[in-house]
Design a protein around this ligand. Structure first.
Ligand code: 2HA
Ligand code: ZN
Length: 289
């Protein structure tokens, strides 16, 4: 048994819960979570569930229908921020502003097994989170566990001025900063503006998640995923950093996107080769042989 599980006297002391809370704090400090903006879910590993079970409520909550179906997520347990919660409050009142839900055998309903005290419920974006988890788990052979949604300013600003398609935005981000193609070699998906919170945006996002591990919501924010909290946070951070560089460069350039220097496609290919990256070829210009 892991030490944290042996010694834990409450859910909040378990390693996965500490990492969950830390990401919420880190994201808040980055300025990505105004008000109740953003949400986070973690698909628990079997051993996490074993360590957490002693702290589950004696009686689980009622089954509640979701507006999407994700059969492959049947029986999974998710830690989730609560609907309406402020990221800045998750660390101080974790059992109130976060909780754990179990998904039923059909993958279309959940019940609360811990947390969400005082009548809370999981994130308003639960549909997107669960569908995205299903798609990313399938795309990564089960490795992906963290689904992180935030409202970083530069990404949002960028969607107000550039063409809203995955290839265009990915190329601008890749060209802005060397680290970009290393951090997201498959690129970033883009969903046009849609009403948040429901099944439609969840389906549009999860479709793109078959290819991308991060998806932008125009004039709203960004979803970043990963096998662990570092990976998801790091991806969010890298994309927002690149978008920030783009925004600044464009401001310095009098608003024009006719930049003097950007990383060329030849340069991008050379990075991919050097680091042996599974790059999205369709997002590079064809080479003339
Ligand atoms: O939690 O970010 O997209 C509030 C939101 C909804
Ligand atoms: Zn949001």
């Amino acid at each position: 048994m892991r030490d944290d599980a042996n010694l834990a006297t409450c859910m909040e002391e378990l390693a996965f819960m500490r990492s969950f809370v830390r990401l919420c704090d880190d994201g808040y400090r980055q300025g990505w979570h105004e008000r109740n903006g953003g949400n986070l879910t973690y698909r628990m590993a079997t051993e996490d569930v074993a360590f957490a079970r002693p702290f589950f409520n004696e009686t689980p909550g009622e089954w509640k229908r979701m507006d999407v179906e994700a059969p492959s997520m049947a029986g999974e347990f998710f830690v989730s921020t609560s609907a309406g919660s402020y990221m800045r409050n998750i660390s101080s009142e974790t059992s109130r502003y976060a909780g754990i839900v179990e998904i039923n055998d059909e993958g279309n309903a959940y019940r609360v097994v811990w947390g969400f005290e005082d009548g809370g419920r999981p994130t308003s974006e639960l549909s997107s989170h669960v569908l995205n988890h299903a798609v990313r788990a399938a795309a990564t052979d089960g490795a992906c566990r963290v689904m992180y949604h935030a409202h970083p300013s530069s990404v949002i600003a960028m969607t107000m001025v550039v063409e809203l398609n995955s290839r265009t935005i990915t190329r601008l981000l890749w060209q802005a900063m060397t680290e970009s193609i290393i951090a997201f070699p498959m690129g970033v998906g883009v969903v046009p503006w849609m009403v948040p919170g429901g099944a439609d945006i969840a389906k549009a996002t999860s479709k793109l998640m078959r290819t991308y591990d991060a998806v932008i919501w125009a004039s709203h924010g960004l979803f970043a995923t990963g096998a662990d909290f570092d990976a998801a946070f790091g991806l969010m951070h890298a994309i927002e950093k690149a978008a920030g560089v783009y925004v600044r460069a464009r401001c310095m350039n009098g608003g024009s996107d006719n930049f003097r220097n950007t990383i060329t496609d030849e340069g991008l290919r050379a990075i991919a080769e050097e680091f042996n990256l599974p790059i999205n070829e369709a997002f590079l210009e064809e080479t003339l042989i």
